[in-house]
Design a protein. Structure first.
Length: 171
């Protein structure tokens, strides 16, 4: 658990810095290098960030105020029948002021160490509840989260441990 906490803290710090650099750093090669390092946190999917060749640079002060390192709410550890130990990470969005669940990353111990193997975002239709007005949500089919890259997980296995960090503002 301690290793995965460090991993996700390193990830959120790196993602924040790269998101700022994409909009502010004139040295494109440096930005690409740091984006590549960010993508190394993933296996089978990417950060979703890109460096446009025609980007317009902005002031760092301005950009910093629009972004934040994602807030870490909770980590759940599961014993998955095929993947072994997997971790479900509850994070906010990287946009300033976000204090509610936005992304779930699933992390597994791969041959190359800990990697984010899939991304789900909270279902906007049912706000993660899985149901609406008493019937199953037809967007997420009751899961509350929608797949957004990497491995699709049908079941998570047995819940082994839960660690709470920040509390989401809307729950
Ligand atoms: Zn839904």
């Amino acid at each position: 658990m301690e290793e995965v906490i460090r991993f996700i803290q390193d990830f959120t710090a790196q993602e924040y810095e790269v998101m700022i650099q994409i909009r502010t750093e004139p040295d494109t090669r440096l930005v690409e290098k740091n984006l590549d390092a960010l993508n190394q946190f993933f296996q089978g999917l990417h950060s979703g960030l890109n460096v446009s060749s025609s980007r317009t640079l902005e002031e760092r002060d301005t950009v910093q105020k629009q972004l934040q390192p994602r807030v870490l709410f909770q980590i759940e550890q599961y014993a998955h029948p095929i993947l072994g130990t997997i971790y479900r990470i509850y994070l906010s969005s990287p946009f300033y002021g976000s204090r509610s669940y936005f992304t779930n990353f699933y992390i597994a111990n791969t041959e190359k160490g800990l990697k984010i193997i899939s991304r789900y975002n909270i279902c906007n239709n049912c706000h993660g509840q899985g149901s609406q007005a008493g019937s199953l949500c037809n967007e997420c089919h009751g899961f509350g989260w929608n797949w957004r890259g990497g491995q699709q997980l049908q079941s998570l296995g047995t819940l082994v441990a839960v660690r709470h960090f920040e509390h989401p503002a809307d729950r």
